[in-house]
Write a protein that binds this ligand. Structure first.
Ligand code: GRF
Length: 217
């Protein structure tokens, strides 16, 4: 294990296949990433089981038990900060975060989204790409800012759309790419190669293009 590790807290609400990809990537002996905890707003999220199986601490914080978004987000901040992470990773966390939360983690909050942002913010991205007749689709890792799915892009994986693709077949291929680019971006951050500055995301000291680093597998 490298001498300098980067402690990460992962937030999720569902299956956690991206968490699994991150866990698997940290098993490489030279990984600087240490997943300190997984926090979910849903007790039945399968991602919690994946965390337990990997010996990672888990926390359930049910948003329905709080009186409003601000109160929940404040409690969430307290739970996250108890683990003193350098990085917070959203991996299918199905909550809109308050401005205060986003500001608290400015420059150390990443999200993954199943489209080539800035296209198709929000939900049903695969369906929308098909309906628009797009020839390419993919996924994006970005720093989180106050604009929903709108922060500076870090890396995108681009895949071709086939004539017979369905939302399900596209989702499957995009998901496989998510599992490649999220561990990559987290590792860059952990190695100190990736950071957010006023003008956008920087990799190895160079400002990334508006689309982030592009990967065409
Ligand atoms: C992924 O499609 C991700 O892009 C989106 O939520 C989904 C999470 O999937 N933000 P999983 O729970 O990691 O399988």
């Amino acid at each position: 294990m490298p001498s300098e590790t980067c402690d990460v807290v992962v937030l999720l609400s569902g299956s956690g296949s991206n968490l699994q990809a991150l866990i698997d990537s940290t098993r490489a002996g030279d990984s600087p990433v240490r997943i300190r905890a997984v926090i979910s707003n849903r007790a039945d999220a399968y991602g919690l089981q994946r965390a337990r199986d990997a010996g990672i601490d888990t926390v359930v914080l049910d948003h329905k038990a709080f009186d409003g978004r601000e109160a929940f987000d404040q409690a969430l901040i307290e739970r996250i900060d108890a683990f003193s992470p350098q990085l917070v990773v959203l991996a299918g966390f199905m909550r809109i975060l308050s401005a205060g939360f986003v500001r608290h983690y400015e420059g150390r909050l990443l999200n993954i989204h199943p489209s080539l942002l800035p296209k198709y913010k929000g939900l049903h991205t695969h369906q929308r790409a098909l309906e628009a007749g797009d020839h390419e689709h993919g996924c994006s890792v970005h720093f989180v800012t106050e604009e929903l799915d709108g922060g500076p892009l870090v890396v995108q994986a681009v895949i071709p759309v086939a004539a017979d693709d369905t939302p399900e077949s596209l989702a499957q291929r995009v998901h496989a790419q998510e599992h490649q680019i999220y561990p990559l971006a987290v590792r860059w951050f952990a190695e100190g190669r990736l950071r957010l500055e006023e003008h956008g995301a920087l990799l190895d000291g160079q400002t990334l293009a508006a689309s982030g680093h592009l990967i065409r597998p």
